[in-house]
Design a protein around this ligand. Structure first.
Ligand SMILES: CCCCCC/C=C\CC(=O)SCCNC(=O)CCNC(=O)[C@H](O)C(C)(C)COP(=O)(O)OP(=O)(O)OC[C@H]1O[C@@H](n2cnc3c(N)ncnc32)[C@H](O)[C@@H]1OP(=O)(O)O
Length: 253
């Protein structure tokens, strides 16, 4: 994490090759979000150390033939990450410098502002296309960002948006030519709040987001149970196995 002299924290995801979200990365993100809150940073920008991938979403290896204890901790830690990020009182923005499928899109849509690099990148919640179901709070994060009708069609079809499509539907707010420009544009968004009292801003954001947050907070156990039931279904394991094989085959070409 770097905090520059604007007082804005730039947090760079750095888990090669594709920033897939495993337990360790999620725990590191949670600690960092706590630090940003404690340090009273003006805001936080999330970006990636990879030149082509913002985040490939959840690490499928955490869900494929999982250890029962670890996979439960993994899910609870993912819930924590989302609650901290979606519910952060400080301003948040994502400089999306590459692909952002599934959990990558979740991180981006949990922020208040998104700038994505122009290019052949895609962003979206593709879960249905993989034969898995995007949990309520993944769906809510998308619905919070783009119109309900487009969100429903995108979720049920597992749509991955091109950068132009994402801009048109409002999934991203701006495009940038490179990472530096994306970070600058995110900073400009965060600096809009320089003259707004931070307590009033933070409380207003939390009131605006509280319905969605409350849904998970009051249903955490049920959400965890639903995930564990799903992840242990032979059909889901089969889909994950096929998908992993497809990814491996593609990366060896
Ligand atoms: C199960 C119950 C319900 C759960 C609900 C869960 C909700 C959300 C689920 C998710 O987030 S699932 C993850 C979905 N993610 C994806 O579909 C993205 C998959 N990855 C890609 O499309 C591409 O990797 C990329 C991100 C576009 C990048 O492409 P690139 O060509 O740069 O890299 P690759 O060659 O494809 O990959 C390199 C290396 O990484 C491995 N890998 C890629 N993504 C993942 C991943 N999500 N988890 C684990 N591993 C991943 C890939 O297999 C390659 O490995 P090696 O062959 O090099 O060993």
């Amino acid at each position: 994490m770097a905090v520059d002299n604007d007082g804005i924290a730039v947090v760079t995801l750095q888990r090669p090759p594709v920033n897939s979200l495993n337990l360790d990365l999620l725990q590191a993100m949670n600690n960092t979000f706590d630090d940003v809150a404690k340090n009273k940073s003006k805001g936080m920008i999330l970006t990636s150390a990879s030149p082509t991938v913002f985040s490939a979403g959840l690490d499928i290896m955490e869900m494929y033939k999982p250890d029962p204890k670890r996979v439960e901790t993994f899910w609870v830690t993912l819930q924590d990450m989302w609650l901290k990020l979606f519910g952060a009182s400080f301003p948040t923005a994502a400089a999306i410098n590459g692909h952002a499928p599934a959990g990558g899109c979740l991180i981006a849509t949990s922020c208040e502002y998104r700038v994505m690099l122009s290019g052949k990148f895609t962003i979206g919640l593709n879960e249905t296309a993989l034969g898995i179901v995007a949990p309520t709070w993944f769906q809510d994060s998308l619905r919070h960002t783009i119109p309900t009708r487009q969100a429903e069609i995108a979720l049920t079809t597992g749509k991955m948006f091109t950068v132009d499509e994402a801009l048109k539907v409002g999934l991203i707010d701006e495009t940038a030519a490179d990472k530096a420009e994306a970070i600058e544009k995110c900073k400009k968004f965060i600096k809009r709040f320089d003259k707004i009292p931070s307590l009033a801003r933070g409380m207003t954001k939390q009131i605006f987001r509280q319905e969605v947050l409350k849904k998970l907070l009051t249903n955490r156990q049920a959400d965890t149970k639903q995930f564990l039931d799903l992840v242990n279904q032979p059909k889901v394991q089969q889909s994950l196995e096929l998908y992993l094989a497809m990814l491996k085959q593609k990366s060896q070409k």
